[in-house]
Design a protein around this ligand. Structure first.
Ligand SMILES: [Zn+2]
Length: 591
């Protein structure tokens, strides 16, 4: 009776190891939660003071409790629709299995006018890529289009190419590549980057209801992975797309809070490198920014907000479209990849977004892309003056040390995917021949270098490029090696003829699954956890509310089945989430 009722918790998690991710990296035994926020963190005895008649008390028997995970760059609504309504090639890894899955889908959906899918691995095919003829055998009279796993290219059949008007004579568009058969000169069926669009435009957009259904399906999966905050890195001015998030947020149905970025491309606003002088943009960059801000202002919910604009500085190395300082080595034509923007246009676009107080979220893969995007960011900062802008590079596959310093000097975010900093089939089939042994092994995916330069570094899956799984992310951040499970999936029957090791002492021989160099880029488990939690919160301007277990913050909390700091590293990918709380509400339970 000596306690004020407002001091009574709705929920107490006790008898746990609470890894708080606060500034002191402190641990505790119990957490009290009320009204969706954390009231107190401390010893089990101290927290008993918050237990009232209506308090739910969960005794965790010594399990690990952590802040819920944050994923700072992914494509949730688009990908979830692909999973629910399209041909899904993830989970199989050979040409014949791909064709079997496509044939099966087409046979099960004879009434569809268009067949769309996703998930093929570029490494399964040679440089010319997958072939249209393989798809023509399955359906010759209806268009088929399948996205690669990273979304940067599509595999189309002859009907789709014909409808899109792509022939032997069609030149590569600015910012894109049409793969041609080296003997006949005919389009092979692989279109990358901007060359995809004429085919993509043939396919009908999903409806708002389809997006909503997909997001509701997806959040159950994400919650089961301990994920409660995600960033949609490509939002276009499509009312059904952003409207799906907005309606779910207003209806109070989201158990993942989403942030997003408006995608700005030279095809819409002009300013593309190599774009014809007489190109007429759909709207000016000023009109684009004004429209984005106006729409952002209309989303007045904590669960769906857009505070950034997304730019591509370049594309991806596997499609020869990442922009490099030194040329691609497998070709003999001095090819450096694709620079998406003209410098002057990018300077002005960044200056305007920065002046509007918005975040600049840039896709950056190649070292040359980092350099010219940093020039543009520095230009914006010089003209506008410094502010707490937190501009972002997503992916950061290759970057020179001096440019890491420039990122640090500007207080930028780096978003990394530890899932990719490994030696896998992409490495041996694509990065190794394209970049050469030295650049491929020593020059990719700095992680410790970014963190130790003082750059706020957070983790992303780029879903559906990779399916979020923080046990695997932490494992690969710490070892720079594929998990046993992913290795076995990818290699299939070939697995037993390979050596897989996390030991750095041997030299990487083609085909081996050894750790990616350099060894000093490995993170510690504690760094990997910070990158998955508090640093993600900072990247989303949410560090006052999320990312650590501290009094006053939102109660986004997970319980894990084992203590990742105490188990053998090989066990970390096996780690399971037992419970996920979203603002104090249990949204997932393993039982
Ligand atoms: Zn992405």
């Amino acid at each position: 009776m000596n306690k004020n009722i407002t001091e009574t918790a709705d929920l107490v998690l006790t008898n746990a190891v609470v890894y708080t991710v606060d500034n002191d990296k402190s641990t505790a035994e119990a957490v009290a939660v009320a009204g969706g926020r954390i009231m107190a963190v401390g010893s089990a005895i101290s927290i008993t003071a918050y237990i009232g008649a209506d308090t739910e008390v969960i005794d965790l028997g010594g399990k690990l409790v952590m802040p819920a995970f944050v994923d700072t760059h992914m494509h949730p609504a688009k990908s979830a629709v692909d999973y629910l309504f399209g041909i899904q090639l993830r989970g199989v890894f050979t040409r014949s299995e791909y064709l079997e899955k496509i044939r099966e889908f087409v046979e099960q959906h004879p009434d569809l006018e268009f067949y769309e899918g996703s998930g093929f691995m570029r490494s399964v095919f040679d440089e010319t890529g997958p072939r249209k003829e393989d798809l023509d055998v399955i359906a010759a009279d209806k268009p088929i289009s399948i996205f690669s796993v990273d979304g940067h290219s599509i595999w189309a059949n002859s009907k789709a190419l014909k409808m899109a008007g792509i022939t032997k004579e069609t030149p590569d568009p600015p910012g894109g590549l049409i793969k041609k058969d080296p003997l006949t000169g005919e389009p092979s069926g692989l279109l990358s980057e901007s060359a995809r669009w004429p085919v993509m435009e043939l396919f009908p957009e999903p409806t708002k209801e389809q997006y909503k259904e997909s997001l509701l399906w997806l959040q159950k999966w994400f919650n089961s992975q301990g994920l409660t905050t995600c960033h949609d890195a490509i939002v276009k001015f499509e009312p059904d797309y952003y409207g799906a998030y907005e309606e779910l947020a207003r209806e109070g149905r989201l158990t993942v809070r989403y942030r997003g970025s408006w995608l700005v491309t030279p095809e819409v606003v002009g300013g593309g490198d190599g774009q014809p002088e007489d190109f007429v943009p759909e709207m000016s960059i000023d009109e684009f920014i004004a429209k984005g801000i106006k729409l952002s202002d209309s989303f007045r919910t904590p669960y769906w907000q857009i505070k950034s604009f997304k730019f591509f500085a370049d594309q991806v190395i596997e499609e020869e479209t990442g922009f490099l300082k030194e040329p691609y080595l497998h070709r003999n034509d001095g090819w450096y990849g694709i620079k998406v923007w003209r410098q002057d246009a990018l300077n002005e676009a960044f200056r305007k977004v920065d002046a509007a107080g918005f975040n600049i979220h840039t896709h950056q893969i190649g070292d040359a892309a980092a350099a010219y995007a940093l020039d543009a960011l520095e230009y914006a900062r010089t003209v506008n003056g410094p502010r707490d802008s937190r501009h972002t590079f997503a992916h950061v596959q290759m970057i020179e040390k001096d440019d890491i310093k420039r990122m640090a000097d500007m207080g930028m975010n780096a978003i990394i995917a530890p899932y990719w900093s490994v030696i896998d089939d992409y490495y041996w089939e694509l990065y190794y021949p394209y970049l050469g042994a030295e650049r491929a092994y020593m020059g990719q995916y700095p992680a410790a270098g970014l963190m130790e330069a003082g750059i706020n570094t957070s983790i992303h899956s780029d879903f559906s490029v990779t399916e979020p799984d923080f046990g695997s992310a932490i494992y690969s951040a710490v070892t720079r090696t594929q998990t046993e499970k992913v290795f076995r999936q990818e290699k299939g029957e070939r697995a037993d003829s390979f050596i897989r090791t996390t030991d750095y002492s041997g030299n990487p021989e083609p085909g081996m699954a050894v750790p990616l160099g350099p060894e000093e880029e490995c993170l510690t488990p504690a760094q990997a956890v910070e990158a998955s939690t508090i640093n993600g919160a900072w990247a989303e301007y949410l560090e006052k509310d999320l990312g650590s277990i501290e009094a006053g913050k939102l109660a986004d909390i997970i319980v894990l089945d084992r203590n990742l700091f105490e188990i053998d590293i090989e066990e970390v990918p096996e780690m399971k989430v037992l419970m996920t709380f979203f603002e104090g509400r249990k949204v997932y339970s393993a039982e």
